[in-house]
Design a protein around this ligand. Sequence first.
Ligand SMILES: [Zn+2]
Length: 567
Amino acid sequence: MDRQVELYDTTLRDGTQQEGISLSVEDKLAITQRLDELGVQYIEGGYAGANPKDDEYFRRVRTLKLRNAQVAAFGNTRRAGAKVAEDPSIKALLDSGAPVVTIVGKASEFQVKKVLGTSLEENLAMIADSVTHLKAQGRRVFFDAEHFFDGYKSNPDYALQALRVAADAGAERLVLCDTNGGTLPDEVGRITAEVGKALGLPGGAAERSASPSPAPDGHPSPRGTGAKPALGIHTHNDTDTAVAAALAGWQAGALQIQGTVNGYGERTGNANLISIIANLQLKLGATCVTDAQLASLTGVSRYVAEVVNRRPFPFQPFVGRSAFAHKGGLHAAAIEKSAQTYQHIPPEQVGNVNAVLVSELAGRGSVARLVRELGLGMELTDADHRRILKHVKDHEARGFSYEDADASFELVVRRSLPNYEPPFELVDFMVVVQDRIGRRGAVSRGAEQPGGGSALLSEATIKVRVGEQELHTAAEGNGPVSALDAALRKALRQFYPNLKDVRLTDYKVRVVNEGSGTGASVRVTIESADGGSIWRTVGASENIIEASWLALADSLEWWLVHNARER
Ligand SMILES: [Zn+2]
């Protein structure tokens, strides 16, 4: 079964509307490349003419060699009362040089009258003029019908009329936008089907697969194209159903699905294209990407998270670190019988892996199972098992917990083996925190410092051994932990330059009273990422600096064990 679908990514335009996300031109170009490799057909690069950054993007993206994707520029229809050829927004769309332009226009009577403040007729003329003009200049035109579902519910005739004028003028896609994100999936499905019927377009996904190129069926073709337009669907996640709504729209007849990587977008976000691709391909029988591209989903999701500087959401369906997690030992017996017992798909299909939560290590048997589940591929003797178990129990008594830190557990196992060579060893460290009033020439302190920080200076000095060599480095940081991190990396980078890819994505501190009762200790859990893998490490001590150091050192050691043996 091969149902047609078209993926349209708007991470670079709608995705950047989410608070806290800002992308440089370099970032946008890098993401474009990655989306192209993923097999997305259309990449909306930005708002033409809205800012110099987006214009530079459109200039530079032309030099990329894209294999699958066409770049789309986004913009408005001409303004009310203006001549289309002189309209700055239309001109900017043409200047972008993008082969596809997506123009947004109103399809809601309420929006036209109350927000646009123009007549219903003029709004239709704005749509028709803009599409006609852009087509005449040789562009492919997609029409985003803003507030479509709300508009359709209050005045279906006018909403349909807006689509008809766009189609008649030659728009290839009529994209039904749930701009405010308030429409539930069943309603999106019903209305999409009604629109398809009213416009004489092929019906749901099943029907379309039967006749991939719609045959003439008596309905007039839109002028200028000779082919019927297709519907698209653009949903937002305000009711937590954006993915379901997008899929419902597709099942009801939309060809194009718009979304963003990881669902980034205004307010609560857009439809998450990562989940949409996985669902289409693995659940709905559509072929939108190759198996290899599907297996790159986790990588793409984490890569984009990295670029937008967001911590990858551990519980994100399909690609999150915990999407295929299970407690070690608990389901182990069942999983050994069949891998499908506790997971809805094999994680490798989307490029993810099982995460094993290290907990309830009862005996040697459970250590052995965990080592196997973590895929460490090590032969352990009974003595090794006993040593590991003892080490874990001793450390748990001191406040360590490995449940959230499988990378530290892995190191415990490795270190218990006689032939393990750590990539580095700490000789000693010193951290100084000093209040330097007047630093950087500032006369004031505390909240008046840039960024609300104080004039506190943290400096760390460390001594590490790598092989035969001993290294002594110092670095500053905005706190003692970041100073230690900086000093350690500075030392190790000389041996392992790739270490620069490793980024600290989360740092958690908890006071733990469980354990031996020798007083409260502090547990630090660190999550790190390198744009592909995510791993967690733990440290515990009565001293927060030492706890942080242990987690930090484990993080870098784990990465080096896996990635950088090439000294
Ligand atoms: Zn949107």
